[in-house]
Design a protein around this ligand. Structure first.
Ligand SMILES: *Cc1c(COP(=O)(O)O)cnc(C)c1O
Length: 717
């Protein structure tokens, strides 16, 4: 069952490796590999949306032939390809010493409903997806033997347009499967592999796709195939469908279907890591396998528990799926007999003792069935232990077996290439290889202030150019009104202190907090000598009307002449815009309602690139803030509505600390104290909030221990 060999008909023999390169997302975090595609034809690269797969398919053979005859191009090509092949062949499994490296056996099967990998694969909604994407990229870099499972969302592109009146419109664009960096997994007859989700009645089938993420294979499940009836074809159409039954079907497909796909492909794995509860039903398949081999139920559960890792991301009870019993019965009535259970014993596994009649609580089930559970920051660990305490009757809060592993970001993906070159120069070229070593980052002080500032300033101009270009295209192409163009950021000024606020527009993120006292804010925006400007971006969930209302108000503020063109709302937030923003704004603003931000990761991306935080004490920033690497507020608990207090602190910090520091520049125009904060931001956060630190923690705390228990077992057996 070899994956489809992708055809690039115009590719000359001498450049045949470009096809392989295009087919592995490794290029997305290797500037030198990206350059290879860009050098072929800059315009085509841009028009493809930085998607080499698409670009190579459409590229005229003359361009490729001329590259194949260009010595300079070929030298670069040979270097990048040799790096690529070396990367792929290094299967060292350095971090799981006890693990026998064998190509069909994996230590970990990682399940997630979304993956944020690159703009050409729109299989994400937000932070959870980027965390999963960064996790598997880092596992690839570290050589962790892991296989990943997720969904293919054929209608994953949800473009955001803001109407004249400020209301968000969602434009669904179907993905062109042939032009995305994915390939069909084929069966023995050379057709796309189709797998039936076992024991689920009525039947559901999934087609299987594969994405190469460096050394990691990510298998994607697609229900939009002919074998399914129309109702089932839409199961994987898009992320997080509101209808609870359709969501249950999604979870059945991801968990039970995903586990079956691995089984059919002959991919053995010892541990399972569930990124949030959406794939929790995969646990059932692991139990069923053991029952089928004749193991008694209690022993099967024990073995599965000792090899299951569950990461929870949601700090509010309402965010967890609770499936009504009648729906569980409808879809699982053929399943529980396969486990040797009756209805009640089966449903009992998902009962939350505080709401025993509410339904089957998927998270409660996953927590019970996993020996290794964690929240995604120190604070979120505490919140989770409080929230789930009743699942462990008699345990005190600190005894609740939910640990924490703070999130991190994949450094090669999120470091801006020009900033990377600056680090190469002053930290030495080894810094990237050893980037979770905090000692390296002490060398940040060697970077001349002026050099860091100029690099940052260049990135700010690049961001503002990109924002203006988007507005220009909307104006010229869609004929939108000039006031929309202004709201879209055409009046932004690179010399002005620029705040960035970009994330999903869920109400708890409080995008409007800074508007709390509009008169006070207008004074800051319109200050003649020391103005500020704010760039907003983010989508509301299509079903979230309160979130859309916030966007509408922000948008209307942006086109109100009284805010002086100093507020921008940039449409269609996604991976590409996120890159521009975390690299190019001066300060990263984040003020969710504590303790609702489980971790947050966009601020980590900013910090790595020398963009300090202005953030409320919640999520990762409680661990990140050290008094000199940015600003923090909201330390105190507040009863009831805390907007007043939080807004007051926000204004005070801006007026008394941030603005004066930013505009206090040396004779050659460098804000020295500010640059010092930038340096501290990089120095203290880059290693600590890297995906490398995070994955190593998963290995040490969970993967290695789980594996030990398996290997011990095997030796006994
Ligand atoms: C990193 C990232 C996120 C997650 O950001 P939060 O800080 O969790 O809000 C969301 N969307 C995109 C496009 C990202 O790159």
């Amino acid at each position: 069952m070899d994956p489809e060999t992708v055809e690039f008909p115009n590719l000359p023999e001498r450049l045949i490796g470009l096809g392989e390169l295009a087919d592995n997302l490794w290029w997305s975090w290797q500037p030198s590999a990206r350059m290879l595609f860009k050098m072929l034809d800059r315009q085509a690269w841009k028009e493809s949306g930085h998607n080499p797969d698409k670009m190579l398919r459409e590229m005229p053979s003359e361009i490729l032939a001329s590259a194949a005859a260009n010595d300079d191009y070929l030298r670069n090509y040979d270097v990048v390809l040799s790096q690529f092949y070396r990367y792929l062949s290094d299967k060292s499994c350095r971090f799981l010493n006890s693990f026998p490296c064998d190509p069909n056996t994996f230590a970990v099967a990682y399940f997630s409903a979304e993956y944020g990998l690159h703009r050409s694969l729109p299989f994400y909604a937000g932070g959870l997806g980027f965390l999963a994407g960064d996790h598997i990229k880092e596992c690839s870099d570290l050589g962790v033997p892991l296989v990943a499972v997720g969904f293919m969302y054929p209608q994953g592109y949800l473009h955001q347009h803001i109407r004249e009146d400020g209301w968000q419109e969602n434009i669904h664009e179907s993905i062109n499967r042939e032009a995305a960096p994915i390939s069909r997994v084929l069966d023995n007859e050379g057709r796309q592999l189709v797998v039936r989700v076992p024991f689920i009645d009525p039947a559901i089938h999934v087609g299987v796709w594969k994405v190469n993420v460096g050394r990691i294979s990510l298998y994607l499940l697609d229900t939009d195939i002919e074998n399914n009836d129309p109702w089932n074809r839409g199961i994987s159409a898009r992320l997080y469908i509101g209808d609870i039954e359709q969501r249950l079907r999604q979870e059945i497909v991801l968990g039970i279907g995903g586990a079956e796909v691995l089984e059919i492909l002959g991919i053995k794995h010892y541990l399972m890591h569930l990124n949030e509860g959406h794939a929790a039903f995969a646990i059932l398949e692991r139990i069923r396998d053991r029952i089928q081999e004749g193991m008694p139920y209690p022993q099967a559960i024990e073995q599965v528990r000792n090899t299951t890792v569950f990461t929870t991301h949601t700090p509010v009870p309402a965010g967890h799926d609770v499936i009504p019993f009648h729906l569980m019965e409808k879809h699982f009535h053929s399943y529980w007999p396969a486990l040797g259970l009756d209805r009640d014993a089966f449903l009992q596994q998902g009962i939350h003792p505080e709401q025993p009649h509410a339904g089957f609580n998927v998270t409660a089930f996953a927590l019970r069935m996993s020996a290794y559970c964690n929240g995604v920051s120190k604070r979120h660990g505490e919140v989770s232990r409080q929230m789930w305490q009743s699942l462990w009757p008699g345990a005190s809060e600190s005894e609740v077996p939910v640990d924490h592993i703070t999130n991190g970001v994949h450094v090669p993906t999120w470091i801006e290439p020009r900033m990377k070159r600056l680090f190469d120069t002053y930290l030495g070229p080894e810094w990237l290889t050893d980037h979770d070593n905090p000692l390296f980052w002490e060398l940040i002080d060697k970077i001349p202030n002026e050099a860091l500032w100029r690099t940052h300033y260049w990135l700010k101009i690049k961001l503002i150019d990109a924002v203006r270009e988007r507005s220009r295209l909307r104006w010229a192409g869609d004929r939108v009104s000039p006031s929309i163009v202004i709201a879209g950021g055409t009046l932004l000024d690179p010399s002005v202190l620029t705040l960035g606020f970009a994330r999903r527009f869920a109400t708890y993120k409080r995008a409007e907090l800074i508007f709390y006292d509009m008169e006070r804010l207008k004074k800051l925006l319109n200050d003649r000598w020391r103005p500020i400007q704010i760039i907003f971006a983010g989508k509301a969930h299509p079903a979230d009307d309160p979130g859309k209302q916030i966007i509408q108000r922000v948008f209307n503020a942006a086109r109100d002449p009284e805010t002086g063109g100093r507020i921008a709302f940039v449409e269609d937030y996604g991976e590409q815009l996120a890159q521009y923003m975390v690299h190019g704004v001066d300060i990263w603003l984040n003020n969710p309602l504590p303790p609702m931000e489980a971790s947050g990761t966009s601020g980590m991306k900013a910090a790595l690139n020398g963009v300090p935080q202005l953030s409320i004490m919640d999520g990762w920033w409680i661990e990140g803030f050290n008094g000199k690497n940015g600003w923090a507020f909201g330390h105190k608990e507040v009863d009831g509505n805390r907007d007043v207090a939080d807004a007051a602190e926000l204004y005070r910090i801006l007026e008394e600390e941030l603005i004066p520091m930013y505009y206090n520049v040396s004779d050659d125009g460098v804000p020295l104290n500010w640059v010092n904060v930038m340096k501290n931001s990089i120095k203290s956060n880059a290693a600590k909030f890297s995906a490398r630190r995070m994955v190593k923690e998963y290995i040490e705390k969970f993967y290695a221990k789980g594996l030990e228990s398996v290997l011990l077992h095997q030796n006994e057996g």
